[in-house]
Ligand binder design. Sequence first.
Ligand SMILES: [Zn+2]
Length: 125
Amino acid sequence: MSEAPEHESSQRSRMDSHWPSWQTGPCPSWCVQQHQEEDFPDDRKHQSQIVAVPAVWLDQSTLDEPADELVAGHLHLVVWQRIGTAETMVSLADEGYNGCFEVSFESANRLHHKLGELLDHIAGA
Ligand SMILES: [Zn+2]
């Protein structure tokens, strides 16, 4: 059973003793955001660096057409947590943010392990 990343005692948090009035505590160690007092409420979240993964996927952007066109680009992975909440989320989105899939940190861990098992099984078949 894995746990969400720790929320306190990162090196950055110890060094950064000032944060906006709306921020309820120090950033988790994985947060790369520079929070500002004037951040809009929707932007008030801890966020990891964005990991871009080269990928090919089916284009599902046109509802009228069969989704059989392959698109090459990058998929973006990012971990985030809305400030003041305990739920850590993982987002997977195409680089144009036309489609986004967001799951809890625990769900992402389960997907990670099960996808590894499935791919190992297929590769070994
Ligand atoms: Zn933060």
